[in-house]
Design a protein around this ligand. Sequence first.
Ligand SMILES: Nc1ncnc2c1ncn2[C@@H]1O[C@H](COP(=O)(O)OP(=O)(O)OP(=O)(O)O)[C@@H](O)[C@H]1O
Ligand SMILES: [Mg+2]
Length: 423
Amino acid sequence: MQIVFGIDFGTTNSALSVFRNGTVEMLTVDGSDRAGELMRSVLFFNEDNEIFAGQEAIRQYVSDGADGRFMQSIKTFLPNTSFDSTEIFGKRYGIDDLVAIILRKIKARGEEHVGCPVDSVVLGRPVVFSTDPDKDAVAEQRLEKAARKAGFKNIWFQYEPVAAAMAYEDSLEAGQERIVFIGDFGGGTSDFSVIRVKGGDFSRSNRRSDVLSLGGVYVAGDKFDSQVMWDKVACHFGRHARYKAMGKDEWVNVPRSIIYTLCQWHRIPMLRARKTREHIRLIKETTDSRQAIENLENIISDNYGFFLFQAIEKAKCELSERDHSLISFVERDLRVSERIGKVEFETLNADNFQQIADCIDDVITRSGLLPTQIDTVFLTGGTSRIPHIRMLFAERFGQDKLENRDAFTSVAHGLGSSVPLFV
Ligand SMILES: Nc1ncnc2c1ncn2[C@@H]1O[C@H](COP(=O)(O)OP(=O)(O)OP(=O)(O)O)[C@@H](O)[C@H]1O
Ligand SMILES: [Mg+2]
């Protein structure tokens, strides 16, 4: 009897399912409670070259503070061909090595549960890693290489929204047939599919003909956080600061590229480059906002971006339930306390929501169906909790067609359900 894992390696969270004896089961990957069904896709390296993943990485990072390297949103780097490897405390790691560390840990936890080695896996992938087909191919190859390094021998890929569709299918009664619009809104990407599903029809070998259209955009939870950082918090780090460039008398703004990088939390460590730090030091000498530039220096050297972004993310999540929330963060001389309203959040992110809306419309059009011909809308992923996202669907399909559940585990579950398509 073959046992196969389904692994959803997500930008923010990863999850694991197992297929055995014809059924799919979710396994805990990081702890033993229900929350343990998810592992934060983060790594921490300390100066002794010890590596930690998930909650353990966060714990070590909190206790070790700046004395280590914390990495997050690693999946986002997969299609980035100008980023191949990084040096951490004198050792070079390829992007596939970093992903392999996470996959190896998930694999080990899964093997503990099932009590034997497992070398086959169905991995999820977003519909669009990159709109550039070459970069897209590179991303998948890197992910496959990572799975090999983690010890898997048989590796298959399934589109994340198709996996979500299969999780939905498992909840249908035998014979029940539906055309579903799937929306999977994660941390890095929003992925869509229009697909025909049928309850109790588990073993159909080829689902290709059931997929009427696929699509995706690189706009999801992380982008919303970045936008809030840009509009509400970056002012504390010199976004509006001015300075006098050497030997000149006119005021100029802090380079946009620095502030822009600051707003993408996974890229903050890149500001550690010697040239950038020297530039910031010169800005500090003549700036009209010395405190802000000092804050900028501190966030780069003390690496507290993760906690700042956690505060932003927390405020964002609260806005899914309430009309107002507070971004509250204190560190050294920095004191951030910014109120943000739900409408304000929607206005700041108008362009991001528009890109998502355009992609939804495109996927509907390419399915060859009218919204009235689609029976159900199944939304999953953490970002699907944002009311404005649900509204985009209510506007197009009507409120009563919306189903929203298992925000964090449907993809992993569906990857397990995909196993019979491959083996
Ligand atoms: N209540 C909420 N309201 C708004 N956003 C939320 C909420 N809960 C979680 N999120 C966001 O959901 C995202 C994580 O969702 P999820 O775990 O589905 O992503 P992922 O699978 O890791 O990413 P991807 O599928 O893009 O690789 C984060 O950006 C998080 O801030
Ligand atoms: Mg996901």
